[in-house]
Design a protein around this ligand. Sequence first.
Ligand code: AGP
Length: 596
Amino acid sequence: MCGIVGYTGTRQAVDVLLDSLKKLEYRGYDSAGVAIVDQSIQLHKDKGVIANMESTLPRFTGGVGVAHTRWATCGRPSKENAHPFIDCSGNLALVHNGIIENYMELKRQLIAEGHKFTSDTDTEILVHLIERHYTGDALEALNQALKEVKGTYALVLVQKGSDHIYAARRENPLVIGLGVGENFIASDVTALLDYTNKVIYVMDGEVVDLSPSKVTIYDSNGSVVNRKPEVITWSAEDAQKGGFEHFMLKEIFEVPSAIHNTLLGNLDGVEDGTFLTNVDFNSVKIVACGTSHHAAMVGRYLIERLAKLPVSAELASEYRYGEKAKECPLVILITQSGETADTLAAAREAKRRGCRTLAITNVVGSTITREVDEVFYTRAGPEIGVAATKTFIAQLIALYLIAMRLGYAKKSMSHDSLRTMRNEMMSLPQVVRRVLDNADQVEQATDMLVSARDVFFLGRNINYPVMLEGALKLKEISYIHAEGYAAGEMKHGPLALIDASTPIVATVVRDQTYEKMLSNISEVQAREGLVLAIGGEGDAELEQVAHKVLYVPGVPALYSPVPISVLLQLLAYYTAKRKGCSIDKPKNLAKSVTVD
Ligand code: AGP
């Protein structure tokens, strides 16, 4: 995601900031910029990598500044949309990570008051909002402005002619680095480790005032907070992983914020029709590869159920062999990277057939966004591990929202049921946190898989594609042969392979499939197969039929793919870890598959 660094001290700030910013490159970004305070604010930014921006950077002097790497969420990647942003009077410069939800409304007000905007970002309104309240005291103006803002932020503000840096946090990380006669602030401790290992983490709702000799933290009531510094003993590489052993595990633990951010940016659009404004189609085709294809298959169940439209899910690599249907469906293309060659080819083919196209992607400005009629962004943040984890869950969230939008627009969902679903969706980050709290139990369950040669993953209904994804995750990173099956299909062939050496992972949720899943488990037991069942909390019946049970929080069956998928990601991760596999970079695989 975006990176922030700020510095105040006796060194040339520009040198410290560029050096620190480069430590955040691993997070992924599409533009970079820096603002150095002197008698005026000196600003420089550019699209592309930091080296790009650096190659044309004038020799700025001054001991105070901020810098930023942007990963586009609101407004395409460009020089204009890069941070920092400066106010109209040139007194203030600001960088920001997060999403300002009410920026459209605030922008309208500020334009009416005469403020001039130079970008399409939500961030730029912040600096103008602070300017609205500025009468010489930047800290006071920041506090006033934050009262008007809805959304999430980690932001850092500098002021012309001042050696103070001000920062604020709501749901996006910020950490202060303590030096002698100098102080630092960053979105990630990795940026600071070359300069200091003494840090103070900023908490939600806090506002910070840094000068070279002093750090003051205020809580949300404006009272001064005294927090002891921590000493970081991690290496820079460990710090990039936020203390997690692998990016994949870090990214699984980022699922709650991926869900939250995807909802935050898109939930209102379900009713307002800010996406899929016009629904003049009578069927839907969802096209994707790999993990994204499994999301597509879940999407089929969701849209059929909520919008009562016929839906098919197709592999992007096979789409080109189909024929143009009489009536053109809406074609939804799912690709987290936005660069998968087969999915791009399918998008072009869909256009050639005259179909309307919508892409679900995680990367703003990626190639798919230029190929389709409409884009729906998941906001999971960059994913570094080759195995898709948080982006898959964010794709599911996007599909719930699209299904709700279609259900409402096509009048198969009432306003009340939409409201109920909105509330249920908002509880999903907390549901996933509870799955993550039990990660050690998932790790213990890997005893059943770690020595297996083959594993079957069984599910029914909406959890059938979830089990296909569970199998893909396991084979991709642990190199164990795994097959996902619709549980009802086992007796049509694969049962022949079941014996005491073949474990089965079966998901059993309390819907119309419950009894049938129990029968499928019994069929496996009768062939001496070992069953690891995944069920809803409190389902003691499962313990009678399975060798081991892992529980997820009880949610309505419609949402069960979310916690179950996260549990399966952990299961694959811990199995691969026990086997000593190269988890973040599995052999023969790439993060973006740009050949077809
Ligand atoms: C997922 O773990 C895999 N790395 C792979 O199946 C991936 O989902 C597939 O290549 C599609 O990628 P995309 O979402 O970027 O298009």
